[in-house]
Design a protein around this ligand. Structure first.
Ligand code: PMM
Length: 288
């Protein structure tokens, strides 16, 4: 299947014929794998520049941790964390996605230059989000989400995780279109690690071709997540350390790209960029 980009993205992305690499810049004290490393504007901007120089096609800037158990930050705090970072990175010509569940933060971020809104709640956390994105006319990532992070680990029961996530994403896309968002601007994401046990994450990755039948580009964000640590646990059951999950992340990036993902969201760019390029060479050699 040829790669279809959402509309409204910069040419540098639209001209790519491979899965795009989205680099993560978490301007938070408590994100799952990089919390506290880039909390001040200068270090977040420096990290963004590094990821872009390494070949990230888009940077996802977030000011609120969504790690399991995290509590929310105020709107003012979230905006104060991300806006100066977005300002500087867009001035440097780097395409930015804003990772937020708040319509007001999304609006300010787009005004500051962000070209994508990434809402892990798929518009559920803030009733103003979908109409705001419609008005801003930017692409939006709608992720499968069941509750805020503080208690999401209580919501890990599924009868059929693949069918339920596909139905949920289809509903969220319908809601987005009903709010006025153009169908060509919708990206969906199965939400790996959000109210999901390891087996749910693997089932969703395995089912990527089925999720693709919804007809929307898919973003996959497996980078360093707990299910990778569990898959690589030691013989005594000790999960692989977060900082040693890079190769596993790259492997998922290659496989996801091969299975048709539009983008992969990662903390470390070089290995994943190689991985998606390998996947592209593999795919392109299909001579029927
Ligand atoms: N995961 C995190 C943050 N933002 N956005 C999307 N679209 N999908 C995700 O799975 C996702 C996200 C949490 O991961 P991090 O704290 O390691 O960045």
């Amino acid at each position: 299947m040829p790669l279809v980009h959402p509309t409204g993205l910069p040419d540098a992305i639209v001209n790519l014929d491979r899965c795009i690499v989205v680099g993560v810049v978490n301007v938070t004290p408590d994100s799952f794998s990089d919390g506290g490393q880039f909390l001040d504007t200068a270090s977040a901007v420096a990290q963004g520049r590094v990821l872009a120089a390494q070949g990230a096609d888009l940077l996802d800037v977030g000011g609120e941790s969504t790690r399991p158990g995290a509590s929310r930050v105020s709107e003012a705090e979230e905006a104060a964390r991300v806006l100066p970072v977005i300002d500087e990175l867009t001035q440097a010509g780097i395409p930015i996605s804003i990772d937020t569940m708040r319509a007001s933060v999304a609006r300010q971020a787009v005004i500051a230059g962000a070209c994508v809104v990434n809402d892990v709640s798929g518009g559920l956390a803030d009733g103003d989000m979908l109409p705001t994105v419609a008005e801003l006319e930017v692409p939006v990532v709608l992720m499968h989400w069941r509750s805020h992070s503080a208690d999401m680990d209580k919501f890990t029961h599924y009868d059929n995780v693949v069918a339920e996530v596909i139905a949920h994403l289809s509903d969220r896309a319908e809601a987005a279109m009903a709010a006025g968002i153009d169908s060509t601007k919708i990206i969906v994401d199965p939400g790996l690690g959000f109210a999901k046990l390891p087996e749910h994450n693997w089932a969703l990755l395995h089912a990527l071709p089925n999720i693709a039948k919804l007809g929307f580009p898919i973003l996959i964000a497996a980078s360093r997540k707990r299910f990778l640590g569990a898959a690589l646990a030691s013989e005594s059951g000790e999960p692989r350390a977060i900082e040693d999950r890079g190769a596993a992340t790259d492997a998922v990036s290659a496989l996801a790209a091969l299975a048709g993902a539009w983008g992969v969201r990662v903390h470390e760019v070089p290995g994943t960029l190689d991985a998606v390029r390998v996947a592209q060479a593999w795919k392109a050699s299909d001579v029927g």
